[in-house]
Design a protein around this ligand. Structure first.
Ligand code: ZN
Length: 229
Protein backbone atom coordinates (compact mmCIF):
# COMPACT_ATOMS: atom_id res chain seq x y z
CA UNK A 1 0.00 0.00 0.00
CA UNK A 2 2.72 2.47 1.03
CA UNK A 3 4.65 1.59 -2.14
CA UNK A 4 1.53 2.49 -4.14
CA UNK A 5 1.30 5.91 -2.44
CA UNK A 6 4.96 6.58 -3.01
CA UNK A 7 4.41 5.73 -6.64
CA UNK A 8 1.43 8.15 -6.87
CA UNK A 9 3.47 10.95 -5.25
CA UNK A 10 6.33 10.23 -7.64
CA UNK A 11 4.00 10.46 -10.67
CA UNK A 12 2.43 13.68 -9.37
CA UNK A 13 5.83 15.24 -8.89
CA UNK A 14 6.75 14.36 -12.46
CA UNK A 15 3.53 15.94 -13.75
CA UNK A 16 4.13 19.00 -11.58
CA UNK A 17 7.69 19.35 -12.83
CA UNK A 18 6.51 19.04 -16.44
CA UNK A 19 3.81 21.71 -15.95
CA UNK A 20 6.21 23.97 -14.07
CA UNK A 21 8.83 23.91 -16.84
CA UNK A 22 6.22 24.30 -19.59
CA UNK A 23 4.88 27.40 -17.83
CA UNK A 24 8.40 28.76 -17.40
CA UNK A 25 9.17 28.30 -21.11
CA UNK A 26 5.86 30.00 -21.97
CA UNK A 27 6.80 33.03 -19.83
CA UNK A 28 10.25 33.29 -21.44
CA UNK A 29 8.71 33.19 -24.96
CA UNK A 30 6.19 35.85 -23.99
CA UNK A 31 8.93 38.12 -22.66
CA UNK A 32 11.05 37.91 -25.83
CA UNK A 33 8.11 38.37 -28.22
CA UNK A 34 7.20 41.57 -26.36
CA UNK A 35 10.78 42.82 -26.54
CA UNK A 36 10.79 42.31 -30.29
CA UNK A 37 7.51 44.15 -30.76
CA UNK A 38 8.56 47.23 -28.78
CA UNK A 39 11.59 48.55 -30.66
CA UNK A 40 13.98 50.45 -28.49
CA UNK A 41 13.90 54.23 -28.92
CA UNK A 42 17.35 55.79 -29.17
CA UNK A 43 17.91 59.41 -28.18
CA UNK A 44 20.04 61.22 -30.76
CA UNK A 45 23.40 62.33 -29.38
CA UNK A 46 24.48 64.75 -32.13
CA UNK A 47 21.31 66.47 -33.37
CA UNK A 48 23.32 69.30 -34.98
CA UNK A 49 24.84 67.11 -37.71
CA UNK A 50 23.51 67.79 -41.20
CA UNK A 51 23.10 64.08 -41.88
CA UNK A 52 21.26 63.40 -38.60
CA UNK A 53 18.77 60.53 -38.87
CA UNK A 54 15.44 61.24 -37.22
CA UNK A 55 12.78 58.57 -37.59
CA UNK A 56 10.52 56.31 -35.52
CA UNK A 57 13.54 54.74 -33.83
CA UNK A 58 15.83 57.75 -33.41
CA UNK A 59 14.42 60.56 -31.31
CA UNK A 60 15.56 64.15 -30.81
CA UNK A 61 15.92 65.41 -27.23
CA UNK A 62 12.83 67.29 -26.07
CA UNK A 63 14.82 70.46 -25.43
CA UNK A 64 16.72 70.46 -28.74
CA UNK A 65 16.43 73.76 -30.58
CA UNK A 66 18.97 74.48 -33.37
CA UNK A 67 21.00 77.58 -32.54
CA UNK A 68 21.31 78.92 -36.08
CA UNK A 69 17.67 79.24 -37.15
CA UNK A 70 17.01 82.08 -39.55
CA UNK A 71 13.88 83.41 -41.18
CA UNK A 72 13.46 82.43 -44.82
CA UNK A 73 13.03 85.19 -47.43
CA UNK A 74 9.30 85.97 -47.40
CA UNK A 75 9.26 85.88 -51.24
CA UNK A 76 9.71 82.10 -51.00
CA UNK A 77 7.75 81.35 -47.83
CA UNK A 78 4.17 81.31 -46.68
CA UNK A 79 4.27 83.61 -43.64
CA UNK A 80 7.26 83.44 -41.27
CA UNK A 81 9.26 80.25 -41.60
CA UNK A 82 12.62 79.31 -40.07
CA UNK A 83 15.39 76.99 -41.20
CA UNK A 84 18.98 76.47 -40.09
CA UNK A 85 21.35 78.93 -41.80
CA UNK A 86 22.86 76.53 -44.36
CA UNK A 87 19.47 74.98 -45.27
CA UNK A 88 17.90 78.43 -45.58
CA UNK A 89 20.57 79.66 -48.02
CA UNK A 90 20.29 76.44 -50.05
CA UNK A 91 16.51 76.67 -50.20
CA UNK A 92 16.53 80.35 -51.21
CA UNK A 93 19.03 79.55 -53.98
CA UNK A 94 16.86 76.69 -55.23
CA UNK A 95 13.67 78.78 -55.14
CA UNK A 96 15.47 81.68 -56.87
CA UNK A 97 16.87 79.46 -59.67
CA UNK A 98 13.44 77.86 -60.09
CA UNK A 99 11.79 81.27 -60.39
CA UNK A 100 14.20 82.19 -63.22
CA UNK A 101 12.84 79.18 -65.12
CA UNK A 102 9.23 80.19 -64.51
CA UNK A 103 8.56 77.98 -61.48
CA UNK A 104 7.17 79.08 -58.15
CA UNK A 105 8.32 77.23 -55.04
CA UNK A 106 6.88 78.28 -51.70
CA UNK A 107 7.86 76.98 -48.27
CA UNK A 108 4.77 76.09 -46.24
CA UNK A 109 6.32 74.35 -43.22
CA UNK A 110 9.88 74.39 -41.90
CA UNK A 111 11.16 74.35 -38.29
CA UNK A 112 8.64 73.08 -35.76
CA UNK A 113 9.41 72.80 -32.07
CA UNK A 114 8.77 69.75 -29.86
CA UNK A 115 5.61 71.12 -28.25
CA UNK A 116 4.08 72.16 -31.57
CA UNK A 117 4.75 68.71 -33.03
CA UNK A 118 3.14 67.14 -29.97
CA UNK A 119 -0.13 69.03 -30.53
CA UNK A 120 0.00 68.42 -34.30
CA UNK A 121 0.35 64.66 -33.82
CA UNK A 122 -2.43 64.61 -31.24
CA UNK A 123 -4.69 66.42 -33.70
CA UNK A 124 -4.07 63.65 -36.27
CA UNK A 125 -4.79 60.96 -33.68
CA UNK A 126 -8.03 62.67 -32.62
CA UNK A 127 -9.31 63.21 -36.15
CA UNK A 128 -7.91 60.25 -38.11
CA UNK A 129 -7.14 57.57 -35.52
CA UNK A 130 -3.77 56.34 -34.28
CA UNK A 131 -2.89 53.99 -37.19
CA UNK A 132 -3.36 56.70 -39.82
CA UNK A 133 -1.61 59.26 -37.61
CA UNK A 134 1.44 56.98 -37.38
CA UNK A 135 1.78 56.85 -41.17
CA UNK A 136 1.42 60.54 -41.95
CA UNK A 137 2.61 62.40 -38.88
CA UNK A 138 5.50 61.99 -36.47
CA UNK A 139 5.34 61.88 -32.70
CA UNK A 140 7.13 64.70 -30.90
CA UNK A 141 10.90 64.19 -31.03
CA UNK A 142 10.56 61.94 -34.09
CA UNK A 143 9.90 64.74 -36.58
CA UNK A 144 12.64 66.01 -38.88
CA UNK A 145 11.00 69.41 -38.73
CA UNK A 146 12.51 69.85 -35.25
CA UNK A 147 15.99 69.77 -36.84
CA UNK A 148 15.37 72.95 -38.83
CA UNK A 149 16.56 71.02 -41.91
CA UNK A 150 13.21 69.78 -43.23
CA UNK A 151 10.78 71.59 -45.45
CA UNK A 152 7.33 71.13 -46.91
CA UNK A 153 6.86 72.98 -50.20
CA UNK A 154 4.09 73.82 -52.61
CA UNK A 155 4.12 74.78 -56.27
CA UNK A 156 2.14 77.20 -58.40
CA UNK A 157 -1.10 75.22 -57.85
CA UNK A 158 -1.04 76.52 -54.26
CA UNK A 159 -1.59 73.28 -52.31
CA UNK A 160 1.27 71.22 -50.89
CA UNK A 161 -1.02 68.15 -50.81
CA UNK A 162 -1.23 68.47 -54.60
CA UNK A 163 2.45 69.27 -55.12
CA UNK A 164 2.96 66.14 -57.24
CA UNK A 165 0.43 67.55 -59.74
CA UNK A 166 2.22 70.88 -60.08
CA UNK A 167 4.70 71.74 -62.86
CA UNK A 168 7.30 72.45 -60.16
CA UNK A 169 7.24 68.86 -58.87
CA UNK A 170 9.32 67.28 -61.66
CA UNK A 171 11.87 70.08 -61.63
CA UNK A 172 12.36 69.85 -57.85
CA UNK A 173 12.58 66.05 -57.96
CA UNK A 174 15.36 66.21 -60.57
CA UNK A 175 17.27 69.18 -59.19
CA UNK A 176 16.87 69.34 -55.39
CA UNK A 177 20.01 67.25 -54.74
CA UNK A 178 22.15 69.91 -56.47
CA UNK A 179 21.16 72.24 -53.63
CA UNK A 180 21.62 69.61 -50.90
CA UNK A 181 18.04 68.37 -50.55
CA UNK A 182 16.57 64.87 -50.75
CA UNK A 183 13.01 63.67 -51.20
CA UNK A 184 12.77 62.14 -47.75
CA UNK A 185 9.72 59.85 -48.03
CA UNK A 186 9.67 58.37 -51.57
CA UNK A 187 6.74 56.40 -52.94
CA UNK A 188 8.51 53.03 -53.13
CA UNK A 189 10.22 53.23 -49.72
CA UNK A 190 7.34 53.54 -47.27
CA UNK A 191 8.26 50.28 -45.51
CA UNK A 192 11.76 51.59 -44.88
CA UNK A 193 10.92 55.15 -43.85
CA UNK A 194 7.74 54.23 -41.96
CA UNK A 195 5.90 57.12 -43.58
CA UNK A 196 3.55 57.33 -46.50
CA UNK A 197 4.73 58.97 -49.72
CA UNK A 198 5.24 62.70 -49.16
CA UNK A 199 6.16 64.40 -52.47
CA UNK A 200 6.27 67.80 -50.72
CA UNK A 201 8.70 66.93 -47.91
CA UNK A 202 12.40 67.60 -48.54
CA UNK A 203 15.33 67.37 -46.20
CA UNK A 204 18.66 69.19 -46.28
CA UNK A 205 21.72 66.92 -45.94
CA UNK A 206 24.31 68.89 -47.97
CA UNK A 207 25.10 68.54 -51.68
CA UNK A 208 27.61 65.65 -51.47
CA UNK A 209 25.33 63.30 -49.54
CA UNK A 210 22.18 64.44 -51.35
CA UNK A 211 23.79 63.68 -54.74
CA UNK A 212 25.01 60.28 -53.53
CA UNK A 213 21.56 59.31 -52.20
CA UNK A 214 19.84 60.61 -55.36
CA UNK A 215 22.17 58.73 -57.70
CA UNK A 216 21.95 55.49 -55.73
CA UNK A 217 18.21 55.65 -55.01
CA UNK A 218 18.78 55.42 -51.26
CA UNK A 219 16.85 56.86 -48.34
CA UNK A 220 18.69 58.45 -45.44
CA UNK A 221 17.52 55.52 -43.26
CA UNK A 222 19.18 52.98 -45.57
CA UNK A 223 22.39 54.97 -45.86
CA UNK A 224 22.75 55.58 -42.12
CA UNK A 225 21.93 52.00 -41.12
CA UNK A 226 24.51 50.77 -43.67
CA UNK A 227 27.20 53.10 -42.41
CA UNK A 228 26.32 52.22 -38.80
CA UNK A 229 25.26 55.81 -38.22
ZN1 ZN B 1 7.17 67.64 -43.63
Amino acid sequence: MSTFFIYIIYINMKVFKFLYFTFLIFLICLFFSNCKRKERIIIIKEPNKYDVLVNKKYKLPEDYIPNDLEEVNINYAYEHKYLRHEAKIAFENMAYDASKLGYKIILVSAYRNYQYQQSLYQEYVDTMGIEYAKMCSAEAGHSEHQTGLALDIMGSNGDYNLFSESKEFVWVKENAHKYGFILRYPENKTKITGFKYEPWHYRYVGTTLATYLYENDLTLDEYKEKSNL
